[in-house]
Design a protein around this ligand. Structure first.
Ligand code: GAP
Length: 465
């Protein structure tokens, strides 16, 4: 079978040390992935850029790292236990689990967040018109009717021999913001913020997704970067617009081509939301615009539900109105793995150089996993190798550096291009005499000689930090 575009990216990510299928020696786990050395460096860089813009550079947003396990009532109060589910069908032939709303999309039908009765009616209507939904895996049209399938992942804490009962069940959080609502009172009491203010966190979330092959776009274990902004109801419209613009600008600042992203306005909304826009990215590997980030207004749903279920007073004193109020909330929410996929997709270029192809990831230097690589010209000349090691060691105090002495220089350039390293530095025989190195730029492939004493300053100017 011909390799699909997505297969090309999946095997590239594995071979270049970005993303590996999880538990591969046991046959793998569907929709679960591990990040290799270059993948975790890229992921951490994206996370740091997000944290910097959402927390470090602001005085109205506070950081939090709440636990994955929360009191089970959290998810009853939030509505997730009762209504966080997807319409699932199963292929009777190959037993693949399928998302009915995704299958209906192929017929131009938007069944997002419709009731199960409506979803099954759409399917029956198609059949009546002689159109059949097929299993994308084996092509069979023999599918079960759609039924609701909860996305909540259950576990239990306590004795390992305990049976999983309704009382012992705990949920792995399906979104990180639950922890923010439960800690909001402690943040208010310890940081004494005035409205409006935000709380941000990065952490793991878990959903029992019904998966079609989408690589790290949709996984069962993933990381979210969420910011919940607490405000007076009358401030919502203006702040919502402000955060939409702020998040859009974040993508452009990191080198995103503006023609590759767009807004999608949700008409049908999640149970907690009253307004929802997504930022979508036009992916060459997934073949079209896909949701990357959601920006939602949540009104007072979360705080009033948690107040009702816990009995706690979740109002706060508002200096401006000199009264106690229950703040409204709007959120920005983005998957970190989804951003890894988007930035890889965006940076990935295959070029023709001297009748050979070179794969190059044109990352913004802030995102590049490795900032510079150091090569000795020849690996069997110890004076060059020692000098290159010493230089790499010196530069590692400032930047993520890779040392490489495998194969010829051309191959080393290709390997660094493939992981998006902006600069490569070669130690040659002249270096031993003049203390100068050759620095090559990833995108232009231009080379220049630079004195070792000037290298830190040179790198700072080229990388921009
Ligand atoms: N707190 C709001 C919330 O969780 P969501 O639209 O369900 O809203 C927000 O998710 C973002 O989280 C999505 O836009 C996406 O980037 C990411 N996300 C959601 N489910 C995901 C999954 N299964 N795999 C990877 N990322 C996911």
């Amino acid at each position: 079978m011909a390799k699909s575009k997505l297969d090309e990216l999946v095997s590239f990510c594995k071979q270049a040390g970005f993303v590996f299928p999880s538990s591969e020696i046991y046959g793998g786990m569907s929709a679960i992935y591990d990040y290799g050395h270059h993948g975790i460096l890229l992921k951490n860089n994206i996370r740091d850029c997000w944290w910097r813009s959402m927390v470090q550079e602001r005085d109205d947003v506070f950081g939090l790292d709440s636990a994955i396990f929360m009191h089970p009532t959290t998810w009853k109060a939030s509505g997730h236990v009762d209504s966080f589910d997807d319409p699932q069908m199963e292929c009777k032939k190959c037993h693949t689990r399928l998302r009915a709303d995704h299958l209906l999309e192929d017929f131009g039908i938007n069944a997002d967040k419709e009731s199960i009765e409506v979803v099954n009616k759409y399917i029956d209507d198609l059949r009546a018109q002689g159109k059949q939904i097929k299993c994308p895996n084996c092509g069979s049209t023999d599918l079960t009717p759609a039924k609701r399938f909860s996305l909540m992942v259950k576990s239990n804490i306590g004795s390992p021999t305990d049976e999983l009962t309704e009382e012992s069940v705990v949920y792995l959080r399906p979104e990180t913001c639950g922890g923010i609502y439960l800690e909001y009172k402690n943040v208010v009491d310890s940081m004494h913020p005035q409205l409006p203010f935000g709380i941000a966190q990065v952490g793991k979330a878990f959903r029992n997704e019904i998966i079609a092959r989408q690589f790290i776009f949709r996984t069962r274990e993933f990381e979210q970067m969420e910011m919940q902004y607490f405000l007076r109801p009358e401030e919502m419209a203006e702040r919502y617009e402000y955060w939409r613009q702020t998040r859009w600008a974040w993508y452009l600042d990191l080198g995103m081509d503006e023609s590759k992203i767009r807004w999608f306005k949700h008409i049908k909304l999640a149970h907690y939301a009253s307004q929802a826009y997504d930022i979508e990215y036009n992916s060459k590997f997934l073949g079209g615009f896909k949701e990357i980030e959601g920006i939602h207004t949540r009104g007072d749903w979360d705080l009033s539900q948690h107040s009702k279920f816990s009995g706690a007073d979740l109002t706060m004193w508002d200096e401006k109105t000199q009264s106690k109020i229950l703040p409204n909330i709007m959120e920005t929410s983005v998957g970190l793995g989804r951003l890894v996929l988007m930035f890889l997709d965006h940076a990935y270029n295959v070029e023709n150089v001297d009748d050979k192809t070179r794969t190059v990831l044109k990352f913004d230097p802030r995102l590049a996993p490795v900032k510079a690589a150091v090569f000795p010209l020849l690996r069997n000349k110890s004076e060059l190798v020692d000098k290159a090691h010493a230089l790499a060691h010196q530069l590692r105090q400032i930047y993520q550096i890779e040392f490489d002495d495998h194969g010829n220089i051309g191959k080393r350039y290709r390997r660094q291009d493939e992981i998006g390293t902006p600069l490569t530095i070669t130690v040659d025989f002249d270096t031993l005499e003049k203390d100068e190195v050759t620095v090559r730029e990833r995108d232009t492939m231009a080379q220049e000689r630079v004195a070792i004493s000037k290298l830190p300053e040179y790198l700072r100017a080229k990388l921009g930090f």
